[in-house]
Design a binder for this molecule. Structure first.
Ligand SMILES: [Zn+2]
Length: 354
């Protein structure tokens, strides 16, 4: 959505002026005279006259991925997304006075799930694969995170889930510098991402992977969609030291860190959930393929499973409680092993108050 709460936060991404005028169908910069059109539910604030040489796959293959990831409908926050969501809320301590940015919001699910906790929730992404609920309930901008269309010092909180691993180093530096600029002094930013480092509990993870492989060999399920989702992971920050150095370059000070050693999580993701999906997505008589395009049987099955399960989740039936229980089990990884160094991490950093 585009409401009055959004305009005071904006600045022109082309010339950095905050001298913007809000018209019915566009936001106009009084200084460089660029006009930023309002689309259905968001403002297109891509900078004019800038040619970026790096574009994430999420942008360039937007349509294909959109179909595959089935982004328009939101399920409740359960499983891996539920763990991300709960941990973000817990570590960032979102409250009713916060103006909060989801920096790289994707379809906007995390912003939607937490919009009721804060004063203003803004989602920004260069790809406009926004869920219907995001268009209904959060402020949305289409912009490049290297050139955020927001004034200095306007956000109390911000978060970035599964974003950094997509960027090369120069983009990460630009992204964090911009994130730091738009945070208020004392404002906090949470990033969840992963390095290439292995957990010391890796043997447990490998055991789950091995079990998963046996089911793949037996043709029960596959990991095509996961592969697709991870297909543009660069992981330019290869080690934890490189993560800390990147935040230091941006002038952001670490205040909290939780690692995600996926002992329970990997069992859920490689075995339990996949078995559930295979069962829920099985072909019933008269089923058509979800999409006729060239997607794998596994992907087809998963989309079908997700649609069926989503219907049940929305009614908050037994399945909802089962999945919440599994989510709780996955969260144990953070509560039990959160201080143990591993590749996946949540970090909260603060902009100095001075
Ligand atoms: Zn301008």
């Amino acid at each position: 959505m585009i409401s009055d709460a959004l305009f005071p936060l904006l600045r022109c991404p082309s010339c950095t002026s905050t001298n913007l005028v809000n018209h019915a169908d566009a936001v106009l910069c009084q200084d460089c005279h660029v006009s930023y059109p309002k689309q259905s539910g968001y403002i297109d604030l891509m900078p004019r006259g800038v040619d970026y040489d790096y574009v994430s796959k999420y942008v360039s293959e937007e349509e294909q991925l959109a179909e595959e990831l089935d982004y328009r409908d939101l399920a409740p926050p359960v499983l891996a997304a539920g763990v991300r969501n709960k941990t973000t809320v817990r570590l960032l301590d979102l409250n009713a006075n916060d103006v909060c940015l989801d920096n790289g919001c994707g379809n906007g699910r995390f912003a939607v799930w937490n919009a009721h906790l804060v004063k203003t929730m803004v989602g920004n992404d260069p790809a406009t694969m926004f869920a219907d609920a995001a268009i209904d309930s959060i402020e949305l901008t289409k912009a490049d995170s290297r050139n955020l269309p927001f004034a200095d010092n306007v956000f109390d909180k911000a978060f970035s889930l599964d974003v950094l691993e997509h960027f090369p180093i120069d983009v990460i530096d630009a992204y964090l510098a911009e994130q730091a600029r738009v945070l208020k002094p004392g404002g906090r930013f949470l990033a969840m991402s992963n390095t290439r480092e292995k957990s010391s509990l890796q043997p447990f993870v490998d055991a789950s992977r091995w079990i998963g492989k046996q089911f793949v060999k037996a043709g029960v399920y596959d990991f095509e969609r996961e592969k697709l989702r991870k297909s543009d992971h660069i992981k330019a920050l290869e080690t934890w030291e490189e993560v800390l150095a990147a935040f230091e370059r941006a002038g952001l000070n670490p205040v909290k860190v939780v690692f995600w050693n996926s002992v329970f999580t990997s069992f859920v993701e490689h075995v339990l959930m996949k078995l559930g999906e295979a069962w829920a997505g099985r072909n019933k008589q008269g089923d058509k393929r979800v999409k006729s395009a060239a997607i794998s049987d596994g992907t087809d099955r998963e989309i079908r499973a997700r649609r069926r399960l989503r219907g049940q989740l929305d009614r908050k039936g037994g399945l909802y409680y089962v999945l919440n229980g599994i989510t709780w089990m996955m969260e144990l990884d953070l509560r039990l092993f959160g201080s143990l160094h591993s590749g996946s991490y949540f970090i909260v950093v603060e902009k100095p108050r001075q």
